[in-house]
Design a protein around this ligand. Structure first.
Ligand code: UDX
Length: 441
């Protein structure tokens, strides 16, 4: 099938590469000339396991092409995906300008029936706005060409995006058009190998499903983080509690790991956007507001523990391991590590930081500063620091050389925002060890 994808961010690029891998003829359109030139040379702008191989091999086979030419993109695809960004605007609601600009572009250039598929995470009701924008543009041209707008949200996780897109848990298709349903079922047939995964529903339910999924996951995290605060204060161990509740299949073990708060491009933005959607229709979303508040406070937890231990941190130096919002990504959007860094800088401290993938991003975000030294290895970040802070659970941090840590730090103090180590063992090794929701020994 001929497919066009507008937007070569995480979602668009992965979707394009995966559809090409299944044998479709895919054209990806992006307005950023530099990005398109890079992609045409096989350079992938993001770190995502397996993606580079997939993009280069399919481009070589002639099934995947990148262009800045919107007219070519519109004429190519029978199905046109919109996978452009929906950044939060000032009040937290999703900004639809890119999504609607794509609708206008399609309306300007289309000359035969098209199916427009919303992959971007967009508020309930967006498909109607896309429909209206496209219909207006066609009317201005004096054309009356049929088209359908489908909602088909993406559920991929950064770090396993290719796998998630190849083997989705479910494929949500929101449409009331039999024609669009049939074409989408055909497009996704290769992904149904093991069991039926396609779920067809009305457009608004599909749009809400995406938000509901992310808000549910964010709620699980904020819930366990809330309980971890209680555990901290009540002298209980959150790791025991987590296992105790996770063993109930109705609760489950997944997404109940306490930590320094959720970050990334999805949870913070989507929780905020659904709160705004609710506000707009006069519904006060008490639960989601609490989820968001817990997360904002949670990001301060490590900072509070540092201030409590040291009092004044002015002039102190901290080693920081982990800058990405989670392992296996170089993404630092809404990363809890940034909150810690900024709070420590405000208080006059310096940071020596290391992350296996996100160094460039941090350099880009903060530039050169006297207060931040980016170190080439986790070991070199330790040298002469007053304490070690861990903010991302990269595998390589799980079994470090503890003797070296003690030797390099001026004091053997570790603040762990991801509960990587056993407090008992850390105490036995002579560390002062602070983690989340576990008693200090
Ligand atoms: C998420 C959803 O998982 C995905 O389905 C959706 O399409 C996009 O948003 P992603 O943002 O890539 O994916 O990351 P995810 O692995 O879900 O982690 C999000 C954040 O939650 C991270 O900061 C992570 O550290 C945190 N988290 C996750 C916890 O603090 N505890 C947990 O138990 C799980």
């Amino acid at each position: 099938m001929k497919v066009t994808i507008f937007g070569t961010g995480y979602v668009g690029l992965v979707q394009g590469a995966v559809l090409a891998e299944m044998g479709n003829d895919v054209v990806c359109v992006d307005l950023d000339e530099n990005k398109v030139a890079q992609l045409n040379q096989g350079h992938i702008p993001i770190y995502e396991p397996g993606l580079e191989e997939l993009v280069t091999s399919n481009a070589k086979e002639g099934r995947l092409a990148f262009t800045t030419d919107s007219a070519e993109g519109v004429s190519h695809g029978q199905v046109i995906f919109t996978a452009v960004g929906t950044p939060p605007d000032e009040d937290g609601s999703a900004d639809l300008k890119h999504v609607l600009a794509v609708a206008t572009t399609i309306g300007q250039y289309m000359s035969e029936r098209k199916i427009i598929v919303n992959k971007s995470t967009v508020p309930v009701g967006t498909a109607d706005k896309v429909h209206a924008t496209l219909a207006d543009t066609l009317a201005q041209r004096g054309e009356d060409i049929p088209f359908d707008v489908v909602s088909n949200p993406e559920f991929l996780k950064e770090g396993s995006a290719v796998h998630d897109c190849m083997s989705p848990d479910r494929i949500i298709i929101g449409t009331d058009s039999e024609y669009a349903e049939e074409v989408m079922r055909e497009l996704y047939a290769p992904f149904e190998r093991k069991h039926g995964k396609v779920m067809v529903m009305d457009v608004r339910s599909a749009e809400l499903t995406k938000y509901a999924a992310n808000c549910m996951l964010a709620t699980k995290i904020s819930f366990i983080n809330e309980i971890s605060n209680l555990a901290d204060r009540l002298g209980a161990d959150i790791e025991a509690v987590r296992q105790g509740i996770g063993s109930d299949p109705r609760i489950g073990y997944q997404f109940i790991y306490p930590g320094a708060g959720y970050g990334g491009s999805c949870f913070p933005k989507d929780v905020q956007a659904l709160i705004r959607t609710a506000d707009d229709i006069g519904f006060d979303s008490l639960l989601l507001k609490a989820v968001e508040q817990r997360n904002a406070s949670q990001k301060q937890t490590v900072v509070e523990k540092i201030f409590k231990h040291f009092g004044d941190v002015s002039g102190k130096t901290f080693a920081l391991w982990g800058l990405a919002f989670k392992p296996n990504t170089d993404d630092i959007r809404e990363a809890p590590a940034r909150v810690v860094m900024e709070a420590l800088w405000d208080a006059g401290a310096k940071i020596q930081a290391y992350d296996p993938e996100a160094m460039e991003q941090i350099q880009h975000a903060y530039g050169n500063s006297q207060s931040l030294r980016l170190c080439g290895t986790k070991e070199s970040a330790l040298h002469g620091a007053d304490a070690l802070i861990i903010m991302t659970e990269w595998q390589a941090f799980r079994a470090p050389d503890f003797e070296l840590i003690q030797k390099e730090l001026t004091e053997p103090v570790v603040f762990d925002g991801r509960n990587l180590y056993e407090p008992k063992r850390m105490a036995a090794k002579g560390f002062v060890y602070y983690c989340i929701g576990r008693p200090a020994l």
